[in-house]
Design a protein around this ligand. Structure first.
Ligand code: GDP
Ligand code: MG
Length: 152
């Protein structure tokens, strides 16, 4: 059981503009995850092209990059049991219309091109993204509430 899995979660420009940063942080905090990195970025086109390199052949790629360049984003790294998969579940489906109510996208978004947040899709992707956005630099500390989140 790994309680140290990490995922890269990012509030996209629409999420920042709509005042959802605190809400998204609160959901991860309350779920039991540990915040190990947090920063607001105005990312370069080059960084976004690296972040979304797997999508560069898609017809929507230029629109995606323009969207992500439309304002600052808030990047964070959350750590905990099954952080990648659970993080994705908390975000909801890529297309908000397919996202269940109770998920972030299912509660706050309607269109795929304005879907409020990003979450890594696999453990290796997460490590790659933490490298891209934070240079791999995350904080290490003991969360005092940990023993009330994980059984002994
Ligand atoms: P994610 O991992 O759930 O974010 O989804 P993907 O990795 O497949 O796509 C990355 C991001 O590209 C999505 O979160 C959307 O913001 C955007 N995107 C994906 N599909 C479309 C599309 O069909 N149209 C537009 N405009 N954007 C899309
Ligand atoms: Mg993705």
């Amino acid at each position: 059981m790994s309680t140290t899995e990490q995922t890269y979660i990012m509030v996209k420009p629409d999420g920042v503009q709509r005042g959802l940063v605190g809400e998204i942080i609160a959901r991860f905090e309350k779920r039991g995850f540990k915040l190990v990195a947090l920063k607001m970025f105005t990312p370069s086109k080059e960084l976004l092209e690296k972040h979304y390199a797997d999508l560069k052949e898609k017809s929507f790629f230029p629109r995606l990059v323009a969207y992500m360049l439309s304002g600052p984003v808030v990047g964070m790294v959350w750590e905990g049991l099954d952080a990648v998969k659970t993080g994705r579940a908390m975000l909801g489906a890529t297309n908000p219309l397919a996202s269940a109510p109770g998920t972030i996208r299912g509660d706050y978004a309607l269109q795929v091109g304005m879907n409020v947040c990003h979450g890594s899709d696999a453990v290796e992707t997460a490590q790659h993204e933490i490298g891209l956005w934070f240079g791999g630099e995350v904080n290490q500390y003991k969360l005092s509430r940990q023993e009330w989140i994980y059984e002994a």
